[in-house]
Design a protein around this ligand. Structure first.
Ligand code: SF4
Length: 470
């Protein structure tokens, strides 16, 4: 039997028709996640063509991108950013009712960012193929699933056929050897990796993250790593499921139960790259060399340890990026004055991320003149955080504690920064204007974000490792 990689195992198990020189493969999709922004057109097309959903039972919908993170007013009205945002939300409610899709809307205890609530429900499982009309669907690869972001046309195609047309990607193994140092986390690691391989280093590939440092990561940390695979240009990112994965999934509402659980775990254990399987490309990363890392430009490949000097621009595009960011070649990012700090997004809005930020903030204050928003990734995260009293830590420090949603990751719900403001953000994209017209984004870990909020400048979280008595 031919030795196979994890990707090849999942791919082969879902091919309905193999690709040819002229046609892509037809791939069966196990789970289709839906939100209000990329689905309305697809539902309209189904309606116009008189088509039904092929497998509504394999769809799950949520409200996240356009949803306000401030509470409803006394009249019950939610403070939508504009009429379009409100219309998107109500259109998804209508579409889900009409087509019979399970929606986790305003009244659900499980509503959350699409890449946070799916795993929380146990809907994301090893060996699945998963799609969503959002680039960061790669998050679900943390469970050993093959998960793609797809475009609106493809959303409609999957709705009607439960299949996706795909060319088979090449395989890239990223081995992360050794251990991460104290005070250095998964976000630093993935920013370091993208800084090393470049913003197009993964183009054409599905990445498999491997090695000791990856196996030591929690599920939340693995999701952070896989989430940003797309920022290196990769089609998807994956990590082989192991005991950490199984322990995290066990007992979740949509995970298999009883005998079905045992059978599933036995099946999932085979989802490891076989000895002797070959990747198209392999990269080695030394975990001990990773330091608190931030971005200095306008794409996530422009990332560097915060205490290292920003490199000189090598071309006009990089020069424009440095100018936009007002970053100076030869000077480190550490110490740069900060206007806004955002802790949230499908990269870093889970309970462990909020704990990391709270650990730094406990007993400290957000610096004068700095605005800090903390936005949990889901209702479940919000509940758990409030049960632990984390919201009190944030508000006592002077930060704003908000309702779940994408918020300032994409700034389409009314949460945005002003032109020229520098935002230290735990999200995944630092493109020009992503967090508001003219806003300058520096991607960072939750610990770095919190330390920077306290210092009023980009700061090394290791200097705030000790909690202060509240
Ligand atoms: S948090 Fe950002 S990246 Fe994640 S689903 Fe929302 S908009 Fe997309």
């Amino acid at each position: 039997m031919t030795a196979k990689t994890l990707f090849e195992k999942v791919w082969d198990a879902h091919v309905v028709a193999a690709e040819s020189a002229d046609t892509p493969a037809i791939l069966y999709i196990d789970l289709h996640l839906v939100h209000e922004v990329t689905s309305p057109q697809a539902f309209s097309e189904l309606r116009e063509r008189g088509l039904k959903l092929r497998r509504p039972d394999r769809m799950l919908a949520t409200l996240d991108h356009s949803t306000p993170t401030l509470p409803a007013g006394a009249d019950g009205e939610r403070p939508y950013a504009n009429a379009e945002a409100k219309a998107q939300v109500s259109q998804l409610e209508t579409n889900c009712r009409e087509f019979g899709v399970e929606l986790h809307g305003w009244n659900s205890r499980d509503r959350g960012i699409v890449h946070v609530f799916g795993p929380e429900l146990g809907a994301t499982q090893p060996g699945m193929t998963i799609v969503c009309g959002d680039s960061h669907t790669s998050t679900h690869g943390a469970f050993g699933a093959l998960a793609f972001g797809i475009g609106t046309t493809e959303v409609g195609h999957v709705m009607a056929t439960q299949c996706l047309l795909q060319r088979k990607a090449k395989t890239l193994a990223i081995h992360v050897d050794g251990h991460l140092s104290a005070g250095v986390g998964a976000k630093d690691l993935i920013l370091h990796i993208i800084g090393e391989i470049g913003v197009d280093g993964g183009t054409g590939y599905v990445i498999e993250y491997r090695g000791d440092a990856i196996e030591q990561l929690s599920m939340e940390e693995r999701m952070t790593v896989c989430n940003m695979s797309i920022e290196a240009g990769a089609r998807a990112g994956m990590i082989a499921p192991d005991e950490t994965t199984f322990a995290w999934l066990k007992g979740r509402p949509r995970a298999p139960q009883g005998a079905a659980w045992d059978a599933a775990v036995a099946r999932w254990k085979s989802l490891r790259t076989d000895d002797g399987a070959e990747y198209d490309r392999e990269v080695r990363i030394d975990a001990s060399k990773v330091r608190p890392t931030v971005t200095y430009g306008t794409h996530p490949g422009m990332a560097i340890a915060m205490d290292k000097p920003v490199p000189a621009a090598r071309n006009a595009q990089e020069k424009r990026a440095l100018d936009y960011m007002k970053a100076e070649a030869g000077k480190p990012m550490q110490g740069t004055p900060v206007d806004v700090v955002f802790v949230g997004s499908c990269t870093n809005s889970r309970l462990s991320d909020l704990r990391e930020a709270a650990h730094v903030l406990r007993g400290r204050r957000v610096a004068d003149g700095v605005r800090m928003l903390v936005v949990p990734g889901s209702e479940a995260v919000r509940r758990d955080a409030e049960n632990e009293g984390l919201h009190h830590v944030f508000t006592a420090a002077g930060a704003e504690w908000r309702e779940p949603g994408c918020s300032m990751c994409i700034a389409m719900n009314g949460d945005f920064a002003q032109p020229g403001q520098l935002v230290v953000s735990t999200s995944n994209r630092n493109f020009e204007g992503r967090q508001g017209k003219g806003a300058r984004t520096v991607l960072a870990s939750p610990a770095t974000a919190a330390a920077s909020a306290v210092a009023g400048r980009i700061a090394d979280p290791r200097e705030y490792a000790t909690e202060v008595a509240a």
